[in-house]
Design a protein around this ligand. Structure first.
Ligand SMILES: [Zn+2]
Length: 150
């Protein structure tokens, strides 16, 4: 089978091996399109070596560690490729952290982290792939993590 060729970018980030169907959620995490003038390319349901995947390329933008952690939560097999002058200068797989602090909302509206007190949301990771997390305060497990990401 022929692999889809993605046109190279000069500078920016290629997020590869995104769980198929999650490219749009990744764009949401990166606050695209609201806050960007960058050129963004999205490929969905590309057939790769290990099945279907999505790919997002963002020109002239590198990701901050919080964005990478958020992507890890919804696409634990994603790889981040930093491109400078057409070369991949850094490539790494995302890593789901053991503790998730201040990255996603608790799905329990009465949780202390959703109250008026300045309490940052905090989750324990029970399983990394597929990701399952549990609120540190109320022990609720969000069913749709992607929907709760800030
Ligand atoms: Zn909670």
């Amino acid at each position: 089978m022929k692999e889809l060729k993605i046109t190279p970018i000069k500078n920016g980030t290629v997020i590869d091996h995104i769980t198929a169907g999650y490219a749009v959620k990744v764009l949401h995490i990166l606050k695209i399109p609201e806050s960007t003038s960058a050129v963004v390319s999205v490929a969905m349901n590309v057939i790769g070596k290990s099945g279907k995947k999505d790919i997002v390329k963002v020109e002239n933008r590198e990701l901050d560690p919080k964005e990478v952690d958020k992507i890890a939560l919804i696409a634990p097999r994603a790889t981040i490729n930093i491109i400078r002058d057409y070369e991949v200068v850094k490539k790494h797989r995302v890593q789901v952290p053991d503790q998730i602090v201040d990255l996603i909302h608790c799905s329990n509206p009465t949780c202390v982290s959703n109250g008026r007190e300045p309490v940052k949301s905090r989750f324990h990771v029970i399983c990394k792939d597929p990701t399952r997390i549990k609120c540190y305060y109320c022990e609720r497990e969000p069913e749709d993590i992607a929907a709760q990401v800030f």
